[in-house]
Design a protein around this ligand. Structure first.
Ligand code: CLF
Ligand code: SF4
Length: 302
């Protein structure tokens, strides 16, 4: 709440449903799926769920151009007045699609300056784009960080695409962790709030996430969101096909509890879709398909 927070930070979080537990009862967020490409491979990926970069069964999201996305944002904002935050979180990595991501932000910033902009990334390209992120007044950036030890990272990430080459194994994980932590430091230096999402993968990084928590806290992360791997063969993820299990609710809570006190832990994440619309846990995306938006009377010139 406001009593235990720097007023400048409270201004940034008080109506962001992911950054404030209280706000999520009253304020809504939406995602626009403008970012199809990705620059890394995670063993838990199925490109349907985001921010979290998570894996759950579902319907493939409709991919939008920046102009369609801006139109959609205005249509939703005129229908759902509690809509305060626009996030770009996939279905790939927003910073692997920088032209589309930043053109979307530019159009929304011009057409609807009151809407807060939010971004979720795997962090590989983040150090290259922190200045651009600051330029569009993006106040909230989520980095998905699942390890700070390349020995562990090699079991989560089969490859990254980096400087025009595919890199595998420990070397790939080493570059990824360096870039993620440097990106976090750069955000902190600029006063941009950073949230860290981590996917808890039993037997792979579950013990290690306490160390991740310390590493991100010491670099100024505002909030840590440890989420369960959702793994089932029908989801088609590498982990699912390998029979890798997700954590139980008790295991997840025990880990979150052991990190609590070190820093703020998020416990109300709903592992949203790439095109989620509405309050957290509510999905109104079907009301805002491109066909329906085109029929709505929304004033917008790109
Ligand atoms: Fe979206 Fe993510 Fe921004 Fe929120 S979602 S880009 S920070 S506006 Fe939120 Fe959804 Fe959890 Fe993400 S509940 S998956 S933490
Ligand atoms: Fe999939 Fe996201 Fe990982 Fe890219 S960063 S492979 S989109 S989970």
């Amino acid at each position: 709440g406001p009593e235990d927070m720097d007023p400048a930070i409270w201004e940034k979080v008080k109506n962001h449903p992911c950054y404030s537990e209280e706000a999520h009862h009253h304020y809504a967020r939406m995602h626009v799926a403008v970012a199809p490409a990705c620059n890394i491979q995670c063993n838990y990926c199925n490109r349907k769920y985001d921010c979290a970069n998570e894996s759950r069964p579902g319907v493939v999201s409709e991919k939008l151009t920046p102009t369609q996305a801006a139109k959609k944002v205005l249509a939703v904002a005129s229908t759902i007045p509690q809509m305060t935050v626009l996030g770009i979180a996939g279905p790939g990595d927003p910073l692997a699609n920088p032209a589309k991501t930043f053109e979307t932000f530019r159009q929304i910033m011009e057409a609807a300056p009151d809407i807060k902009l939010c971004l979720s990334t795997n962090g590989l390209a983040l150090p290259d784009y922190v200045d651009e992120i600051a330029k569009y007044n993006v106040d909230h950036v989520t980095i998905t960080i699942n390890m700070v030890d390349p020995e562990i990272g090699q079991h989560i990430y089969p490859w990254i695409f980096w400087e025009h080459k595919r890199i595998t194994g420990i070397e790939a994980a080493r570059i990824l962790t360096e870039r993620q932590l440097r990106g976090l430091e750069m955000l902190t230096e600029r006063g941009i709030l950073a949230k860290i999402n981590s996917v808890m993968i039993p037997g792979v990084n579950d013990q290690h996430l306490v160390e991740v928590n310390r590493a991100v806290k010491s670099r100024g992360a505002f909030l840590h969101n440890i989420m369960p791997l959702i793994s089932a063969p029908e989801h088609g993820t590498v982990f699912g096909l390998n029979g890798q299990r997700g954590p139980t609710a008790q295991e997840l809570k025990a880990l979150q509890d052991s990190c609590e006190g070190e820093m703020n832990m998020m416990r109300h994440c709903r592992q949203c879709r790439a095109d989620a619309v509405g309050l957290l846990g509510e999905d109104r995306s079907a009301e805002f398909t491109t066909d329906k938006i085109m029929e709505m009377e929304v004033e917008y010139d790109a």
